[in-house]
Ligand binder design. Sequence first.
Ligand code: HEM
Length: 247
Amino acid sequence: MAANPLPAKAVMSSNNAKGFSHPIWAARADRLQSATGVLLGLFLIMHLHFESSILFGKEAFYQVAQFLEGGIFSETGHGYPILTQIFSTFMLLIVIVHAVFALRRFPTQIGQWRALRQQMKFLPHEDTKIWFWQMVTGFLLFFLVPVHLFAMMTNPEIGPHLSAERVVHQNVWMLYVLLLPAVTVHAIFGLYRVSIKWGLTTQRFALLKLAKVILAYLMVLGVASLVAYIIIGRSLSLPVVPFVPGS
Ligand code: HEM
């Protein structure tokens, strides 16, 4: 029989380990955190594109929103806002699972933060800096994403006028100004880290460059869309009436 390479103390502590500190559960938690992260990251890339259809005019955004709400299956062609509510609830569950599994890596004590900052100064490796920003943006998103998802669950009306009304007259632009950079940085660097971690590529520098280009592109797209909602919202008189196609 082959000798066990681990010292007796380590074997005992790994056998006694409970919860996520047990190697099998730690590996499962890692996989679940990566899988939910990839799902959320890919969703965000699609979401920002669908939402940027406002840049092609009110009619374009109206058609995209109607399509996503299942307009082709409803008699009126106006879709089912309940689909938005169901999907938003599902996304909230995914966000919760992702956050719970990510929390176990969060430096919880001031000493751990100090050690991390020290390490960044001593060894300013780009991946250490990215990990630090993942922690900071992840912490912000813990508060910002549920606010957005609750708003979509309780007020699922989406359309060129209704969305612009939400952004301007209900002041949701304040949320989006914080949410957009935080979630874009977190999602793109998260996808980069997952690709390296699970060995999808060994071209780390090329992938990091690509990640930065995609990040810049998504930020421009998101800011341009937000400006379009603000311009439309400011041009609407109150009370806001929903957009009618062809008008
Ligand atoms: C699944 C349910 C979701 C729905 C139905 C939804 C819908 C929308 C809509 C319609 C807008 C445009 C403005 C408005 O009407 O308020 C918007 C903006 C935005 N959403 Fe979502 N969203 C969802 C989930 C998410 C999630 C999970 C994230 C991030 C992880 C996210 C990030 C954003 C950001 C950053 C903006 C602002 C974009 C910009 O400034 O151009 N959304 N969302």
